[in-house]
Write a protein that binds this ligand. Structure first.
Ligand code: NAD
Length: 486
């Protein structure tokens, strides 16, 4: 019996998927997972052509427009349920496909998305009444949203974006990160399965089987795409913001931490290591460099060591910097600059230490080193559990250096202190979207902190901790001289 080319392709994908589900570890297994199916279940809503994906997302949008808000909420409730149930699977695929992060932390991130992403309750109508009657301001959908998502929180971002965008009444098409297609498309399929179970259309959100820069560019210029939402590094955010369309940009950060001499040093050390090592430092909000008062620096470092930190020498730090950062030459300017070595991003501390000949066990979760302000570890967003610590004499110096290290990203900053004046001064000076006081960084996105969560923190365009209302346009309806009941 002859078998067709598509049947052969399906069998190969099945075998590769099965291989992947057996061996989840911290190495890059990107070729082991399929972007179109999982364990023989074909993903719904995944296309080979961006124009087709946009057309499917447009049908999804039209279906949402004909639904009641209660129906939309029913779909969102089902997305929450599936996300909780399948958090472990997505965490495992995420680590296996990208070779980055920690399964348990990724699982927790999915639970956070399920529990704390706002739904339709975020869409609130404003009313203004007066002598001249009634004016309503309603939060309306844009239409089809084009979303670009990162490799660092792939399925978390797809699900969180989908919930907010659907709650706001939009359709969505994703161009996911090429290194996390299987994980991202698993999430796209999850949203579509939830839609079907809750009585919505079979395809509510769409994606690509092989997303490329070209498919992103088709998305950016397509007339049906009314809003672009980009979560990623500076390059992609710049590209989207120069598209000529309304765009939400959630870009890079380099979050500094200040620890002054009024802080609870034991707690500060634990909080900083907990935050810095969460998912191996992949979250853009995670602690990236510390500015510690010199009179408490030793105590802080000693307490960090009690919490799984391993201190390396200057020489070892130099050796590690040569591995985790590589020279890249800009084609246009011919200038060379340091860029993170993708092979090291999101790796375990023990794996990174092994690269410089230091063998330690899994109990070591963070690499710390004493550096000066100009050190490459302070200046670059590494997204690895490596934490440089810079000594400072006073709050003026601490604020000055921490603001400079944040590079004007206006993303996230942290401080451990009991001095309200110091806390206030730093918060005002650094102007970040998120400012966390006396807690691990993840408190800033609602994990052990108050407030809703998001994995799209839009600093450059100002929407901040995005939610359904960020994906709406305001429309006004005026009824003159009537409808006032007082
Ligand atoms: P990345 O910048 O490598 O890529 C993001 C996505 O953009 C991918 O899908 C990629 O293929 C695509 N892309 C890249 N350049 C493009 C271009 N010119 N046009 C169209 N598409 C393009 O992202 P990553 O490495 O996965 O994520 C890490 C970066 O993202 C870090 O800098 C991190 O701080 C940032 N990030 C920010 C947030 C936030 O909420 N602000 C959240 C997660 C990640």
């Amino acid at each position: 019996m002859a078998i067709s080319e598509s049947q052969v392709k399906a069998i190969v994908e099945r075998v590769l998927t099965d291989m992947g589900s057996q061996g989840v570890n911290n190495t890059n297994n990107s070729n082991k997972y399929s972007s179109t199916q999982y364990n023989g279940r074909k993903f719904v809503g995944v296309f080979s052509d961006m124009n087709e994906a946009i057309s499917a997302a447009d049908k999804g949008y039209k279906a949402i427009r004909s639904m009641s808000v209660a129906q939309r909420e029913k779909i969102i409730t089902q997305i929450r349920k599936f996300t909780r149930e399948e958090a472990e699977i997505m965490a495992q695929i995420g680590v296996a496909e990208t070779g980055m992060g920690k399964v348990e932390h990724k699982r927790l991130k999915h639970i956070l998305v399920a529990d704390k992403t706002p739904g339709t309750e975020d869409i609130v109508t404003q009313a203004k009444t007066g002598d001249d009657g009634l004016t309503l301001i309603e939060m309306a959908p844009f239409g089809v949203v084009g979303a670009i998502t990162p490799s660092t929180n792939p399925s978390e971002t797809v699900i969180c974006n989908s919930m907010g965008m659907i709650a706001a009444g939009n359709g969505v098409v994703f161009n996911p990160h090429p290194n996390a297609i299987a994980t991202s498309n698993y999430a796209v399929d999850l949203v579509n399965r939830a839609s079907k179970v809750a009585g919505g259309p079979d395809i509510l959100v769409a994606s690509m089987d092989k997303p490329t820069m070209e498919s992103a560019s088709i998305m950016q210029s397509h007339p049906l795409i009314k809003l672009l939402v980009c979560t990623g590094g500076p390059g992609v955010v710049r590209a989207v913001l120069s598209s000529g369309k309304k765009a939400i940009g959630a870009g890079a950060g380099n979050p500094p931490v200040i620890v002054d001499d009024t802080a609870d040093i034991k707690k500060a050390a634990k909080d900083i290591i907990d935050g810095c090592t969460f998912d191996n430092n992949l979250p853009c909000i995670a602690e990236k460099e510390v500015f510690a008062f010199n009179n408490i620096k030793e105590e802080l470092i000693n307490n960090m060591k009690k919490n799984g930190a391993y201190e390396i020498t200057d020489l070892q730090a130099q050796k590690l910097a040569e591995i985790v950062l590589v020279d890249v030459t800009d084609k246009k300017t011919g200038k060379t600059k340091k860029t993170v070595n993708r092979k090291c991003v999101g790796k375990d501390a023990s794996v990174l230490l092994d690269m410089i000949g230091v063998n330690v066990g899994q109990e070591v979760r963070c690499i710390i080193c004493r550096t000066d302000f100009n050190h490459l570890f302070v200046q670059n967003e590494l997204m690895m559990p490596i934490l440089p610590i810079v000594g400072v004499d006073n709050i003026d110096e601490a604020i000055d250096l921490a603001v400079k290290a944040e590079h004007g990203c206006r993303h996230t900053a942290h401080m451990h202190s009991k001095n309200v004046d110091n806390l206030t001064r730093f918060a005002k000076a650094v102007e970040t979207t998120i400012f966390v006081k006396n807690a691990p960084s993840y408190a800033g996105i609602g994990f052990g902190g108050e407030g809703h969560t998001t994995f799209t923190i839009a600093g450059p365009t100002g929407e901040g901790i995005t939610s359904a209302k960020s994906f709406t346009r305001l429309r006004r309806c005026v009824m003159s001289e009537n409808f006032r009941i007082i």
